[in-house]
Design a binder for this molecule. Sequence first.
Ligand SMILES: NC(=O)c1ccc[n+]([C@@H]2O[C@H](COP(=O)([O-])OP(=O)(O)OC[C@H]3O[C@@H](n4cnc5c(N)ncnc54)[C@H](O)[C@@H]3O)[C@@H](O)[C@H]2O)c1
Length: 436
Amino acid sequence: MKNKVKKCEGKLGILLPGLGAVATTMITGVYAVRKGIGLPIGSYTQIGNIRLGKRTENRNPKVKDFVPLASLDEIVFGGWDIFEDNAYEAASNAGVIDQQLLDKLKPELSAILPMKAVFDKKFVHNLDGKNVKSALTKMDLANALIRDMEEFRVKNACSRLVMVWCASTEIYLEVSDVHQSLEAFEDGLRCNHPQIAPSMIYAYAAIKSGIPFANGAPNLSCDFPAMVELAGKTRTPIGGKDFKTGQTLMKTIIAPGLKARNIGVDGWFSTNILGNRDGEVLDDPESFKTKEVSKLGSLSNIFEPELNPDLYSDIYHKIRINYYPPRGDNKESWDNIDIFGWLGYKMQIKINFLCRDSILAAPIVLDLALLIDLAKRTGMSGIQEWLSFFFKSPQSAPGLVPIHDLFRQLMKLENTLRHLQGESLITHLGLDYYEK
Ligand SMILES: NC(=O)c1ccc[n+]([C@@H]2O[C@H](COP(=O)([O-])OP(=O)(O)OC[C@H]3O[C@@H](n4cnc5c(N)ncnc54)[C@H](O)[C@@H]3O)[C@@H](O)[C@H]2O)c1
């Protein structure tokens, strides 16, 4: 089993549709780490350890020393945005990273200029920008993106590319006939089908070119049969949806704990205020619906009410996001959880998380880019469920229920890496001790 993974050779190009708060925070972080003026905190691949073998062996290497990942020095960034700002200007506008640090990295950041975006205001009502491609058909737009990627690859002498969607949340769309097969989808691209959103055009362009695609927003993007079919055909790894940060991260940490202790739950009310551009986009009810659906799935999946209706059959789960400009990227969330214990006695938990949205999301973008590149070099293709750890609403194979519990997701992630490197999987059973 050992040495399943091809070594990294040459440069990795990370392509980002959407050079907004999350993308520029990630890029800035990578440059800061490269210069030795920042630490990659929150990044599983850069700062995380993985236990190997028996506990007595004391083998806990850094993940990046255990599996062959692209090193930060071998990464080149590119992207598209509807605004013409370079990455330095976009990061300054986003207001996440101190200006002092941005100024130290100004030459590198200013060199990243957004390519013209594929955009349609019908899918993101609250945004308007000029840096947008025009073409007769959606297929022409997909081909233009394919050309962009190839030009980028040649210009930057990259041996591999990956794409991570960091652009805005689009309006809510459901899977319809045009998404059911590759043939229907390609016909739809040629005849400008109204149910094909820009994020799907980017996903199509990447996957068609064999470029791994990870989706950081709740948009359908690659989560429908036609894209899964294409990924199978081009042997391309894909994954989504929606970076797991903030409130949902907390939910998927706390809910498994309550479940483990067989504590009942009556209700979970979650509300947020945030004032960045993402918040502005989500102020539109149609974009909010996409986010809401993505956030709602986690609790019912973790609590499995069908297995224990006495505890979880009647949970009232409500989520609100309010756009509140004074807070910028510093989101504040409140959760009220109504729980019950022994003999049904009621209790409450209150969580008030003062988080920084893009600070939590940036390491996820980097980890996904490096791990989905690893998947490609390993010969893995299609939906990469082992990357569910990073997603709010994990894409899973048809007929499979996605895993939301952060700890199960971590076990799957770690065991996949152990498996790839020919290490034994860890079950925490310790049988040899008891059977001595
Ligand atoms: N920050 C978080 O914690 C977090 C968590 C989960 C998901 N997300 C998602 O990540 C995405 C990015 O978040 P953000 O805070 O950086 O938002 P942002 O608004 O700062 O950045 C998004 C950028 O995408 C651009 N854009 C929109 N449509 C585009 C298109 N079709 N092509 C190219 N560019 C386009 C916008 O102009 C903007 O600059 C959002 O969809 C958000 O919902 C963020």
